[in-house]
Design a protein around this ligand. Structure first.
Ligand SMILES: Cc1cc2nc3c(=O)[nH]c(=O)nc-3n(C[C@H](O)[C@H](O)[C@H](O)COP(=O)(O)OP(=O)(O)OC[C@H]3O[C@@H](n4cnc5c(N)ncnc54)[C@H](O)[C@@H]3O)c2cc1C
Length: 286
């Protein structure tokens, strides 16, 4: 890190936004620092200012507001994991938090940092996608709201302007339907996802799937919602055969988007297996 790196920690969101308005292009926002510090040390990131937003009260809190579930950008992964509101209304996000990095990292890493970093492997994206999350961005002039899928433009590149900050996420709460998150990594702990999946689904009285949202992480340049697969499964009684067919569709989509790579032989099988693991409990056993 260069000697001419200036550190600041504004006490209020307005002060932070004012500073970004004047110096956004030369500033790196730091929340938990678990991505920023790595990039600073590698020399990939060379800002003039390091603006610490970890103590801004406006970025904190998990609450129900106007029927939506509001999660502040500065909420840590550990806070997500222990939140009673999320146990009730977004259990899939908690499951992803439990499988995230290690306890030390979870205690400082934030949901806002995870989304803004735009890693294709970020574990928060698939659960946020199936909750149809909106991202609230602010600058010194006002705010705008965009869908979560519109944040990454390509791996590690975002549509967030240098003068803007992510303030919070607004999620559609889970109305008591089945949901799950699964990921595959190289190890059980401290493993970046090689493939991840989040699902929310509900069956009708006849056992047909009447509602489903499915999202895939780490398999495409940016995390994706799999509407083709949702459309294939909605209106049908899920059977093992049908799930294999749907899993193959996920695999085909992955190859179509990312092309054939050296990891494809492994990923084809891994993603098919992950899909079965995530959705198999929907299959009705007589
Ligand atoms: C050992 C290790 C293991 C890891 N394991 C996992 C894992 O299992 N799963 C996973 O998904 N990730 C993992 N990560 C990556 C990292 O921990 C996460 O991406 C984390 O959530 C980033 O949050 P942060 O608060 O530390 O972000 P920071 O490092 O502070 O910031 C990350 C990026 O977001 C920007 N940013 C932060 N807050 C805001 C804001 N409010 N508005 C606008 N921009 C903002 C920063 O400028 C920066 O570009 C791991 C990292 C390490 C070092």
């Amino acid at each position: 890190m260069g000697a001419d790196l200036f550190y600041l920690r504004p006490k209020k969101l307005d002060d932070a936004l004012k500073f970004l308005g004047d110096h956004g292009k030369e500033t790196a926002i730091v929340a938990g620092g678990t991505d920023v510090m790595v990039n600073l040390r590698s020399g990939e990131l060379k800002p003039k200012y390091l603006m610490d937003v970890s103590r801004l009260p406006e970025l904190k809190g998990i609450e129900i507001k106007d029927g939506g579930l509001r999660i502040g950008a500065g909420v840590t992964i550990s806070e997500i994991y222990t939140s009673p509101i999320l146990t009730r209304l977004a259990p899939v996000l908690q499951k992803a938090s439990y499988k995230f990095a290690s306890k030390q990292i979870r205690n400082v890493a934030t949901i806002g940092g995870n989304v803004a970093h735009c890693s294709p492997c970020g574990d928060m994206a698939p659960p946020l996608i199936i909750h149809e999350a909106k991202v609230v961005l602010k600058n010194s002039d006002g705010e705008r709201t965009i869908p979560i899928q519109d944040v990454p433009t390509e791996p590690y590149r975002s549509s967030i302007d240098p003068e803007e900050m992510v303030v919070c996420f607004i999620l559609k709460p889970n109305e008591n339907v089945f949901s799950d998150f699964q990921k595959i990594g190289r190890r059980k702990e401290l493993a970046i996802s090689r493939a991840s999946m989040a699902v929310m689904a509900e069956k009708d009285v006849e056992g047909k799937i009447k509602f489903m949202r499915l999202a895939l992480g780490s398999c495409t340049p940016t995390p994706q919602r799999s509407t083709d697969v949702e459309n294939l499964l909605i209106g049908k009684v899920p059977s093992e055969t049908l799930l294999w067919e749907a899993g193959q569709m996920v695999v085909n989509k992955m190859i179509e988007t990312s092309g054939i790579r050296s990891s494809t032989v492994y990923k084809e099988r891994a993603v098919q297996g992950l899909f079965m693991r995530t959705l198999f409990s929907l299959v009705k056993h007589e």
